[in-house]
Every structure is written in structure tokens, then in C-alpha cells.
Write a protein that binds this ligand. Structure first.
Ligand code: SF4
Ligand code: SF4
Length: 376
């Protein structure tokens, strides 16, 4: 038992170290992809009616091809790779692909509908070194729109709570099954009860744009955010989501094509899952110039975009470009005297990388932190 305890804790600290390094690298350099999504197979074992990212016949991308795509992303200095589909668990060599990602020091994440999880498969994913898993659960009872329901998946969530050595995020998309918006709250409560992480997204159309939420759906999002109070949660401190929930546009820069790459089953790089076709260049030929050009290009879809994982990357860029302003937007003053309520880790990072005007720069401490994180 003590050995298992030590093993889990050493994995947790190792992951925390690598995640901190990923953030520090993004804050230091604007010229590498922070996050890439890679489709391992377009085939899915389900058929949610709102989804257009699957079919029921495609073969898995050959393993040798997947390995060479991982190597190419590593050469471009990508820091996080999320394996997606279709349903990634349908790929027979998924664990081998994860191992290859980890061998490059890249964070390995996967998105799944969870149907094919068994205790043995979870243990295989542990052994392969998976860093994080996201499961989307759409409703409490399966319906004509989606079978990703709590009723079917509850046993899988219990196995994950028992066996997974990686964090599991249960994601419910508010508005995906519009008949029972309160289901998202029931799902989030169950995830919290099992010690898993719960987050909520907002349903978007085929182009990634907002579909307006009614007042009940807005309330559900707020209730889910209030369920847990972690030190920092992008969901709770996302300045863009606050506007989107109310149907308002946002003013931000999307670095897709540079800071985020979506690699489809054919090995082409696209901006994101919703903007396939741009720039649609083969990953094998994707160059540093492509990354820098696309990271700067403005995209007309930004005002109503609801793709939060890419906004998370944009937030890091905003922090690098204008750290004090970004921190003030993220943590507006809440006390009557206007003092900020920055959480401690954010205050430490702010002091190291963005000291307030008039305060001495912590160059020595900053250099030491970068050396510790092996960032040169
Ligand atoms: S499980 Fe995921 S990939 Fe499969 S149809 Fe549903 S949303 Fe699409
Ligand atoms: S703003 Fe960026 S992430 Fe959002 S849909 Fe457009 S290209 Fe995709």
C-alpha cells in the first residue's frame, strides 16, 4: 500500500513539473505549438446526432504513420498532444502512440466517449504514461441525440476513480441535449462525488460558433462552476466564457495554425476541429514559417468561438504580451478597496515574470526557475 501511495504521488509531482514547464515555455516563447489535437481514427462506436467528426467505417491511422506524426510534432516543439477521433480507444496501438509522445517529453492527453474502458485498459493507459483523460457525458439517460449518458458510463467512471493514475475530467456540454439542461449539473455532481474533475462547455455549431443559451442553461453553467473551488480553474476565470454565456462577442486573438494545430486522419494541419480546410498543409511539410504566419493571422470566427482549449492557449499568449493587464482581467478586484485577489501561485508567477512597475525585476530568481524547468 505505501508503495502504491508513493508511486501515485511521484507520478502527480512529475506531471505537475512537466505542466509547469509547458506553461513557462509558452510564456517565454511565441514560436512553437503549445497544443496539438491528433485524430487517431475517424471511426466511432457511437453516432451522436450533433457530431460531424466521425464515421462508422474508417480504418485506424497506421501506427507507423502516427509515430512519424508524433515525431514531426516533437520536432516543431509541441508541448501537449491530445489524441482524439472518432473514438481513440478503437485504435489497436493507442498505448504505443502514447508511449511515443511521452518519450519526447510531451504531455499526453486523450478524449474518449469511455464506452470501451475496462479495468485492464485503464491499467494499460497507466503503464503507457497517459497524463490526462477527458470524457464527455451528455445526459443522464441515453436519448435519440446521444448515448453518452451517466446511466451507461457510471461503472466506467467508478473504474477510473479506482484505477486511473492520471486525472480524469468529466466534461458536459450544456446545450448538447437541450431537453434536460439540468442533467449537466447531475453529471458534474457525480464526477465530484467520485473525486474526478468536472467541467462544462457550451454547445457550438459546425463552425465552432456559439449557439445562444437560455436562462436555465446559463444558470446550470454557473452552478457547475460553483460546485468546486479549486485554487485556479480556467473555467471560473475565463474572461471570454462570461460573455459567451450571455450571448456576447469577445475580442481576443486566436493563434490556431501556430499555437494550436489540428492534425486530421489524413495528416493535414487545420486550425481546429471546426475550421477544417485552413490551411490544410500536410504535417510532414509544415514549417516554422507556417507556424509563425498562422499564429499571427486574424480569424473572422473569433468573436463567438466556444473552443475553450484553444482560448486557454491564447490566454497564455496574452499573459506573455501584457501580463499585468491579463492578470487584472482574469482576477478583477473583489474587495471594496480595489485590491486584487490573485491566488498565491499566480502571484508567484506574476512576481517572477511580470513585476509591477517600480518593483525590482527578479532576474536571478527567474533564471533559476527557468533552469530548474530545463528551459534555455
Ligand atoms: S462519441 Fe464523440 S466522436 Fe463519437 S459520435 Fe459522439 S461526439 Fe462524435
Ligand atoms: S477562433 Fe480559432 S479556435 Fe475558434 S473556431 Fe476559429 S479558428 Fe477555431
Amino acid at each position: 500500500m505505501p508503495i502504491e501511495f508513493l508511486h501515485r504521488h511521484s507520478r502527480r509531482w512529475n506531471r505537475l513539473y512537466r505542466e509547469t514547464r509547458m506553461v513557462a515555455l509558452a510564456l517565454k516563447s511565441p514560436n512553437h505549438p503549445v497544443l496539438a489535437h491528433m485524430v487517431v481514427t475517424r471511426r466511432c462506436n457511437l453516432a451522436c446526432t450533433y457530431c460531424d467528426e466521425f464515421d462508422d467505417f474508417s480504418k485506424p491511422v497506421p501506427t507507423a504513420e502516427m509515430v512519424s506524426r508524433v515525431d514531426r510534432l516533437a520536432a516543431l516543439r509541441t508541448t501537449v498532444i491530445t489524441l482524439t477521433g472518432g473514438e481513440p480507444l478503437l485504435h489497436p496501438d493507442l498505448e504505443q502512440i502514447i508511449q511515443r509522445i511521452r518519450r519526447h517529453g510531451i504531455l499526453a492527453v486523450m478524449v474518449t466517449n469511455g464506452y470501451l474502458l475496462t479495468p485492464e485498459r485503464i491499467k494499460n493507459l497507466n503503464r503507457a504514461g497517459l497524463d490526462r483523460m477527458q470524457i464527455s457525458v451528455d445526459n443522464v439517460q441515453p436519448d435519440g441525440v446521444s448515448k453518452k449518458s451517466l446511466k451507461v458510463l457510471d461503472q466506467k467512471l467508478r473504474w477510473l476513480a479506482e484505477f486511473a493514475e492520471f486525472p480524469v475530467n468529466i466534461h458536459s456540454v450544456v446545450g448538447a441535449c437541450s431537453e434536460h439542461p439540468e442533467d449537466a449539473l447531475t453529471i458534474a455532481r457525480r464526477a465530484t462525488e467520485l473525486g474526478l474533475i468536472s467541467t462544462a462547455g457550451i454547445v457550438h455549431d459546425a463552425k465552432g460558433a456559439l449557439r445562444p443559451l437560455n436562462s436555465q442553461q446559463q444558470q446550470v453553467i454557473e452552478d457547475i462552476e460553483n460546485l468546486s473551488k479549486p485554487l485556479f480553474s480556467f473555467a471560473r476565470h475565463n474572461p471570454w466564457r462570461r460573455n459567451l454565456v450571455r450571448g456576447l462577442p469577445n475580442d481576443w486573438h486566436c493563434g490556431a495554425g501556430g499555437r494550436h494545430l489540428y492534425v486530421c486522419e489524413d495528416g493535414l494541419v487545420h486550425y481546429c476541429m471546426a475550421q477544417r480546410g485552413y490551411p490544410a498543409i500536410p504535417l510532414a511539410q509544415y514549417s516554422q514559417e507556417d507556424i509563425e504566419r498562422e499564429a499571427k493571422a486574424s480569424k473572422s470566427c473569433t468573436p463567438y468561438c466556444t473552443i475553450f482549449c484553444i482560448q486557454r492557449v491564447a490566454l497564455l499568449d496574452r499573459l506573455r504580451e501584457n501580463p499585468r493587464k491579463a492578470l487584472e482581467e482574469l482576477f478583477p478586484p473583489q474587495s471594496a478597496d480595489g485590491r486584487s485577489n490573485l491566488p498565491l501561485p499566480v502571484r508567484v508567477l506574476g512576481a517572477l515574470f511580470a513585476p509591477p512597475p517600480g518593483r525590482p525585476s527578479r532576474r536571478f530568481l527567474r533564471k533559476t526557475a527557468l533552469r530548474f524547468l530545463k528551459i534555455h
